[in-house]
Design a protein around this ligand. Structure first.
Ligand SMILES: *[C@@H]1O[C@H](CO)[C@@H](O)[C@H](O)[C@H]1NC(C)=O
Ligand SMILES: *[C@@H]1O[C@H](CO)[C@@H](O)[C@H](O)[C@H]1NC(C)=O
Ligand SMILES: *[C@@H]1O[C@H](CO)[C@@H](O)[C@H](O)[C@H]1NC(C)=O
Ligand SMILES: *[C@@H]1O[C@H](CO)[C@@H](O)[C@H](O)[C@H]1NC(C)=O
Ligand SMILES: *[C@@H]1O[C@H](CO)[C@@H](O)[C@H](O)[C@H]1NC(C)=O
Length: 479
């Protein structure tokens, strides 16, 4: 026979249980409400989010299996012990990370951004081998960038309601990047997702599950956020797809999952700055309000095309004074103004600076200037790293700075390159500074001169950092 106090305890416990279920349901309604109640306008039934999924939003990123929609529906309460498929994570600290931060102190990064500091967002391609020819995580200077966006293999992909990396060794590589925080605890690490958008956005249910799993993914890898590199939404011949609107929906869902509850994570996208694409691909005001920052891919303005067989600049800061019409828009200044005019707040705009250049094969060595006739892309499959450009310039027939576009070019016999050097990178950083933009994005760390044998490592990144007024006093100062 149960005595009264025990019975009351039982009732009390049941009440608590009911209350917590109601809270969970309310939370899920709050976060995903529109999707649970609204009729679906894409092609699916409305979504019932599992309560444990909503609960997990702020809960522990338990185990990798939880990401994939593989039928294992674990809950934070039970299945950890009951499901044989559950794989426990190596690090125990990880297990306790979020839900128990009340009890356990853990490494809490300060990702509240301060408008008085320019962001330096750098793309970094993780190496495919241990070869000394590739930039290894340990050789990345952890103070050069405020944010590093990781790219993997052919690009991380949205698939199976989560983010899929195309090889196993990326786990270890990401861990090695995370280890850089031991030197610079303020370093922020994001992962770039580059593929799988077209299929994903057609399925609203999948978008919602993916958004939730994005959060678990970020927590699992101890990252600070995600970057979406869809090249390009709504740029297909089929306007019926309405990917412009669907991209906003995707960004909203992922943003909610990453940013609505503590701890919050970062979300950014990369956009093109070419005129017709800006309007066709992006609803910039709505995207901006859901993002921490937007990176302008301020490069690839010219490369060899069969229909455009002339040399030109990869990343001209300004147009030539003789340019009119469309040609006058194909430069960074135009793109930046266009983005601001279309509603991107200045402090959220990161202006891209390439560390790579482009190469052309000339029709004739008689014409080696800007706009000279070309017959194909040049050596290196049409692109060239900064150190390779420096080597090329050392034996070039022509090496000049375009006084109007403010970028260098060089020619040797029938080879022609447009590239970025310390002077042009400095001018671009100064442009960011004088226009009060949020900062710069660079593509990539790998294409800068990172060789340990160089007198100045990462010369392009270093000059950008210096011009943006960071580190004049620090031990990591550039000469
Ligand atoms: C984050 O860093 C800024 C300075 O960079 C500081 O003012 C602020 O107090 C920090 N916030 C936390 C929670 O540590
Ligand atoms: C998605 O899951 C299926 C079945 O588990 C698998 O065959 C497929 O390779 C997965 N897709 C990706 C991109 O990992
Ligand atoms: C949409 O995604 C959900 C979740 O992955 C899946 O169950 C459903 O079959 C998908 N619908 C279509 C039409 O592919
Ligand atoms: C650092 O140096 C740069 C140029 O050398 C200068 O423009 C900037 O204002 C300096 N920043 C600080 C914080 O002193
Ligand atoms: C270092 O910064 C302080 C102010 O924070 C400034 O007074 C000083 O001149 C700087 N030193 C150098 C070498 O730039």
């Amino acid at each position: 026979m149960i005595d009264h106090s025990k019975r009351y305890l039982l009732i009390f416990e049941s009440l608590l249980l009911v209350l917590s279920c109601v809270t969970l349901y309310a939370t899920s309604l709050y976060i995903w409400g529109e999707d649970i109640s609204a009729a679906d306008d894409v092609n699916d039934k409305p979504v019932e989010l599992h309560q444990n999924e909503a609960a997990n939003l702020n809960g522990p990123a338990m185990h990798y299996n939880n990401y994939a929609d593989n039928g294992v529906k674990s809950s934070i309460f039970g299945s950890m012990n009951t499901s044989p498929k559950v794989k426990l994570v190596k690090k125990t600290s990880f297990w306790f990370r979020d839900s128990t931060s009340f009890w356990f102190t853990h490494h809490q990064r300060n990702n509240s951004h301060h408008s008085d500091e320019f962001k330096r967002v750098c793309y970094y391609r993780l190496p495919e081998s241990d070869s000394a020819d590739e930039l290894q995580p340990e050789d990345v200077d952890p103070f050069l960038c405020t944010h590093i966006i990781l790219c993997v293999g052919a690009g991380a992909t949205f698939a199976n309601n989560t983010i899929v990396l195309d090889a196993d060794n990326y786990d270890e590589l990401i861990e090695r990047m995370v280890a850089l925080r031991q030197q610079n605890p303020s370093l922020l690490l994001l992962l770039s997702v580059m593929r799988g958008f077209d299929d994903l956005v057609e399925n609203r249910t999948a978008v919602i599950r993916t958004a939730y799993n994005c959060r678990l993914f970020v927590q699992h890898y101890d990252l600070d956020g995600l970057d979406l590199d869809w090249e390009f939404p709504n740029w297909s011949p089929d306007p019926q797809l309405n990917q412009k609107e669907k991209f906003v929906m995707l960004v909203e869902k992922i943003s909610t999952a990453l940013r609505l509850v503590e701890p919050t994570y970062l979300l950014s996208i990369a956009v093109t700055g070419i005129e017709p694409m800006l309007d066709q691909c992006y609803d910039l005001p709505r995207l901006s309000s859901n993002l921490d920052f937007i990176s302008l891919m301020a490069y690839d303005y010219h490369m060899y095309q069969w229909y455009l067989p002339f040399t030109g600049h990869n990343a001209p800061l300004y147009p030539h004074s003789s340019y009119h019409g469309f040609l006058a828009t194909v430069n960074i200044q135009w793109s930046v103004q266009a983005l601001l005019k279309r509603g991107v707040p200045e402090h959220k705009l990161m202006m891209g600076i390439p560390t790579y250049g482009r190469s052309w094969r000339l029709l004739s060595p008689e014409h080696q200037g800007v706009g000279a006739p070309a017959i194909s892309g040049g050596f290196g499959e049409g692109s060239i790293t900064y150190p390779a450009a420096v080597e090329f310039v050392a034996s070039a027939d022509v090496a000049a700075m375009d006084a109007e576009a403010r970028v260098p070019y060089a020619a040797r016999d029938k080879d022609w390159i447009s590239y970025e050097n310390v002077a042009s990178a400095a001018q671009k950083a100064a442009f960011v500074r004088s226009n009060g933009l949020g900062g710069v994005m660079t593509f990539t760390l790998n294409c800068d001169d990172w060789s340990p044998l160089s007198s100045i490592r990462f010369p392009l990144h270093s000059v950008i950092k210096r011009v943006l007024g960071v580190g004049n006093n620090s031990s990591h100062d550039v000469p």
